[in-house]
Design a protein around this ligand. Structure first.
Ligand code: MTE
Ligand code: HPA
Ligand code: MOS
Length: 757
């Protein structure tokens, strides 16, 4: 089935927040962000701005009737800075004017008096000064201390990984207006209607039932709108509520870039121990997460780093620690992979360094230590239906890796300045929110009296095609035509308390709830059909492709007539269902449990060519065997895999976030922050589904796909590194992702150390 959004997307008819026709008297907001990363706010003078015709108000902390607090996990984040600023771009006030251009002009007239304080910009600095977001945590398995002396080889090192900007096409925004009786409605570009509703409730000091949050769809979120859509919703609501006029706030790309958090940069120390046969005996890793100036979801991201500390490998003795360090950057937040890419990168970096030190191919160490069925993760869960080896071997064979190796060796022998490199990257990603309580989904299904069906779930469509999947499973369960369905906007008055659409769980949780609702309705309809057809046992009735069968024979009863009769009999044609993932649990005190419904596996083969005179590279091919389970929509799933792969390649190669010494982003727009484009894309991409057992906890056996394939991008980093080593065999391996062309060039000529200073 085609993605149900494709037609309106292509025709430009899809509706996002900024496409909603505005009401009369609508005001437009522009946010004033802090010009410095750390400082005391002594005075703000709005008087000149307020003198301008068409400027209605400048709102700030003092206008908040409720709490000036939007922190979700930890209460440490103000909506508007009150006495201190903690990062460049931290919101201080919002100008509300008749047009956005006017608001921007007025904003330039605001005078602020800030006493600058020294900012902390790196996680290691914050760690040294004991500035933490939350207590550090450690996952352990076996006994690392006792094992080191049994290791034949011990490799130690450090690694650094930069952050990543989400670059959703639709920037953050919200449109808010008053309804009657003090109620307020907010159209928000959010992955989490509940979080916006809750944030508005706190800021305005009114109960949640007075607040309706609606999301038709969003133009990408990638995690950036899980927690961080809340402030803009709250600001728009605050203006609408205090000024009693509708207000629209849409961030410009540069404001969005400056004011919102990104993927967390991490710094690592690692130590890897192997025996003579290259078996991994022991791994110790300490991660320093750069959380930015407030908690946001950093404690949860840190948790996922710990869960994925050993990647796709069996490690009998491991000690993995993570520190969430508080710095003066915008609060870093959820982004596709959610702390896992960082953990997997450092593990691969350790293997790479071991392989270089021992003069073996990384592939040898990787294959030998892949997870097998029944292996225990450091958090106690056992690897079940483990497809790590299957994916690897299948990729190795399908993509003729032996032949590829020979071709690359021949190329490298012939060429002096151009070198090719090859890598394999094994993936193992846990599916479920690591916080067990978030693993619940809901669905509300109405059959209308004309036989058409209206569905609302807790899930937000953000381009991942989840609404298409919801529609597919509903049509399949009711066994009626997909044409009969509409999937409606995600709305807090129809579905209350939804978990954010995140952790790749949207389809599983809300799809399963939809199946439950449709099954309940089908049972009711069958009961009515049984009466009408004068049968005895509900099992005599079957509804298939809109035809009602009795004892296996076609009847004259139509779907429409059956729906009509059900309503006539005063039997409800509506159902609200709730699904909670069974089995999962986790105990934080012991750091043990069974947190994931299942794992997703895969292997990526990547080949690159590096121009060693220029430090530039091209990605020749990425070929992947991926464990989709039994996909219900392979077109959508392969689209997700390819998109995630590109985003992962960008993360590891050209997407570089740099701040100056004062904590200001140097690259703050798409002209300077480069994301992969069609020219940078691999010349050859192939994603092949693995034949695997369908997992009962996946939606009709179709495994979650949103985040896992992002991590295949890690393969590109190591393929480039392999090519670089062909040119410079003494290449220093404590490198720093992303491996930009500039860094590649400097490293090839041993100038990399200068860059680190
Ligand atoms: N695909 C598109 N096109 N746009 C997005 O913003 N977000 C990703 C992924 N795929 C995203 C996307 C992230 S971070 C997640 S967690 C999942 O989609 C969420 O949707 P799902 O749970 O329905 O897979
Ligand atoms: N993944 C993604 N988003 C989340 C998670 C998670 O495990 N927990 C809370 N938000
Ligand atoms: Mo995705 S980072 O869980 O929104």
């Amino acid at each position: 089935m085609k993605n149900i959004d494709s037609r309106s997307h292509v025709r430009g008819e899809s509706i996002y927040v900024n496409d909603i026709p505005v009401r009369e008297d609508t005001l437009f907001g522009v946010v004033l962000g802090s010009p410095c990363a750390h400082g005391k706010l002594h005075k703000i003078d709005f008087s000149e701005a307020l003198k301008m015709a068409g400027v209605e108000a400048v709102i700030s902390a003092k206008d908040i009737p409720g709490e000036n607090q939007i922190g979700s996990i930890i209460q440490d984040e103000e909506l508007f800075a009150d006495k201190e600023v903690h990062y460049v771009g931290m919101p201080i006030a919002m100008v509300c004017a008749k047009t956005e251009a006017l608001a921007r002009k007025a904003l330039a007239k605001i005078k602020i008096d800030i006493e600058e304080l020294r900012p902390i910009l790196t996680a290691r600095e914050a760690h040294a000064e004991k500035k933490f977001i939350c207590p550090s945590r450690t996952f352990r398995i076996g006994d690392t201390d006792a094992m080191w002396e049994k290791c034949a080889h011990i490799i130690e090192g450090q690694a650094e990984m930069g952050g990543q900007e989400h670059i959703y096409l639709e920037t953050q925004g919200a449109y808010a207006y008053m309804l009657e009786a003090g109620a307020i409605k907010i159209h928000s570009s959010t992955q989490a209607t509940k979080y916006v509703q809750k944030g508005v409730s706190r800021v305005l000091g009114i109960p949640m039932h007075k607040i309706e949050v609606d999301v038709n769809r969003i133009g990408g979120g990638f995690g950036g709108k899980e927690d961080q859509a809340t402030p803009w919703g709250a600001m728009a609501a605050l203006a609408a509520y205090t000024l009693r006029k509708p207000l629209k706030l849409i961030l410009s790309r540069i404001d969005d870039f400056t004011m919102t958090g990104k993927r967390h940069p991490y710094s690592f120390d690692f130590k890897l121990g192997l025996n003579r046969d290259l078996q991994i005996l022991c791994y110790q890793m300490e991660a320093f997460q750069n959380a930015g100036a407030a908690a946001d979801v950093s404690p949860a991201v840190m948790e996922r780093t710990l869960f994925h500390g050993t990647g796709s490998y069996h490690v009998p003795n491991a000690k993995i620690t993570c520190h969430s360090c508080k710095t003066n950057l915008p609060p870093n937040t959820a982004m596709r992979g959610f702390g896992a890419p960082q953990a997997m990168f450092v593990f691969e970096a350790a293997i790479m360094k071991a392989a270089a030190t021992l003069n073996v191919a990384p592939l040898e160490i990787q294959r030998k230590n892949l997870l097998r069925e029944g292996d225990r993760f450091p958090y106690e869960q056992i690897a079940k239906n483990c497809n790590a080896g299957k994916c690897w071997d299948s990729a190795y064979e399908k993509f003729a890796v032996e032949k590829l190796k020979k071709e690359i060796a021949a190329f490298n022998k012939k060429n002096i300045h151009c070198k090719k490199g090859l890598s394999l990257f094994p993936l193992c990603f846990g599916i479920s929110f690591t916080k067990t309580s978030l693993n619940q989904g809901r669905s509300l299904v109405h059959i209308n009296t004309d036989g058409s069906v209206s569905i609302t779930t807790g899930v937000v469509e953000m381009g991942q095609g989840v609404n298409t999947k919801i529609l597919q499973v509903a049509a399949k369960t009711l066994s009626i035509s997909p044409q009969r369905f509409t999937i409606h906007s995600t709305n807090t008055t129809r579905i209350a308390n939804p978990s954010p659409t995140a952790a790749s769980t949207g389809a599983d949780l809300n799809g399963k709830a939809t199946i439950m609702a449709c099954e309940a309705l089908r049972a009711r309809l069958k009961g009515v059909a049984l009466q009408e057809l004068k049968g005895r046992d509900p099992d005599e009735i079957e509804i298939k492709d809109e035809i009602i069968f009795h004892n296996g024979s076609k009847t004259d009863l139509t779907w429409e007539r059956l729906v009509f009769l059900t309503d006539e009999a005063r039997i409800s044609l509506s159902e609200h269902a709730h699904y909670a993932t069974p089995v999962i649990h986790f105990d934080k005190a012991s750091e043990k449990g069974h947190p994931f419904a299942y794992h997703v596996y895969g292997t990526a083969v990547t080949a690159v060519t590096v121009d060693c005179l220029r430090g530039t590279y091209e990605i020749d091919l990425v070929k992947v065997v991926h464990d989709f389970g039994s996909s219900i929509n392979l077109d959508i799933d392969i689209g997700q895999a390819e998109g995630a792969l590109m985003q992962g390649i960008g993360l590891m190669t050209i997407e570089e976030l740099l701040v100056d010494q004062k904590g200001k982003h140097i690259y703050d727009r798409l002209a300077s922050y480069k994301i992969p484009d069609i020219y940078f894309a691999p010349k050859n991409v192939e994603v092949v589904p693995l034949d695997s057992e369908p997992d009962a906890l996946a939606l009709l056996g179709s495994k979650a796909v949103g985040e896992p394939p992002l991590m295949y991008g890690i393969g590109s980093y190591f393929a480039i590194l392999m090519a670089m080593r062909e040119f410079n065999p003494t290449l220093k391996l404590d490198l720093w992702a992303p491996l930009t062309h500039q860094k590649c060039l400097l490293a090839l000529y041993d100038k990399y150390g200068d860059l680190l200073k």
